[in-house]
Design a protein around this ligand. Structure first.
Ligand code: NAP
Length: 246
């Protein structure tokens, strides 16, 4: 495991699913870890369970993102690692999709990433050190999923954002990369139902869904000092899901 001893790591959407998996792995690697989400009760429970800190945050609020990062710096003196992971994936077929449904998905997944990464970079720039790891998806950039055109657009959008942001900060000791998960068993994914999930399991080359910790380990690598020469890149973690030609 990569060593993150003493690093300060902030994980949005760290109260459940993939974000909780990332928090567990980063904490095991030695990072002082702070998780964030909108559900204060659940957040505080999970923070206790993982022995990490919790900050209540809605990533669609730009001022709140700035405040959350400022709170971390006030308490811990710096911010080394930001995992921008909070995201939603409600199903809406295109023929009935409203502007509000489109807007909400973009607001949390894409605008929320912009707000939080921007706030973190203000601090990282002063430190001349930082690791940003965005949780994107194979959906959008590589694959499509019926009912998720808004989601796919937001996830591909995160990668477009990441590449230009990485260039802006490449000379300052700051890297900005993304993990692209396939189907990972989380609280959020349960809404897809058993039939769908069993079908994914049967058709994925590794015959299993991923675990949140599988994403955590990829994030841990990108957050490590050893990944210092990697920026603007992605790691697909999908059990081979995107490989089959037919
Ligand atoms: P999940 O189990 O539903 O967890 C989502 C997390 O995001 C929760 O901690 C939630 O906290 C937080 N969140 C949602 N809206 C928020 C907001 N407005 N502000 C702050 N936090 C917010 O979902 P997941 O499956 O772990 O997905 C996490 C990320 O991985 C998402 O970006 C998703 O697109 C991506 N992803 C997931 C999969 C998969 O198969 N699971 C595949 C590819 C990519 P609260 O409930 O407290 O708000």
């Amino acid at each position: 495991m990569f060593n993150l001893t003493g690093k300060i790591a902030f994980i949005s959407g760290g109260t459940k699913g993939i974000g909780k998996g990332i928090a567990k792995v980063l904490k095991q690697a030695g990072a002082i870890t702070i998780i964030a989400g909108t559900d204060k009760i659940k957040g505080e429970q999970v923070a206790k369970e993982l022995d990490v800190d919790f900050i209540s945050l809605d990533v669609t609020d730009q001022a709140a993102c700035k405040n959350a990062i400022d709170k971390v710096v006030e308490k811990y003196g710096r911010l080394d690692i930001l995992c921008s992971n909070a995201g939603i994936f409600p199903q809406h077929y295109l023929k009935d999709m409203t502007a509000e449904e489109w807007e909400l998905v973009h607001s949390v997944n894409l605008k929320g990433t912009f707000f939080l990464v921007q706030a973190a970079l203000l601090v990282m720039e002063q430190q001349r050190y930082g690791r940003v790891v965005i949780t994107s998806s194979i959906t959008g950039e590589i694959t499509g999923l019926a009912g998720y055109s808004h989601y796919g657009a937001s996830k591909a959008g995160q990668l477009g954002f990441m590449r230009s942001a990485a260039l802006e900060y490449a000379g300052q000791g700051i890297t900005i990369n993304a993990v692209m998960p396939g189907m990972i068993m989380t609280e959020g994914l349960q809404a897809f139902g058993d039939d769908f999930l069993n079908n994914v399991k049967e058709t994925t080359p590794m015959r299993a869904l991923g675990t949140p910790e599988d994403i955590g380990h990829a994030a841990c690598f990108l957050a490590s000092d050893e990944a210092k020469y990697i920026t603007g890149q992605t790691i697909v973690v999908d059990g081979g899901q995107i490989l089959p030609e037919v």
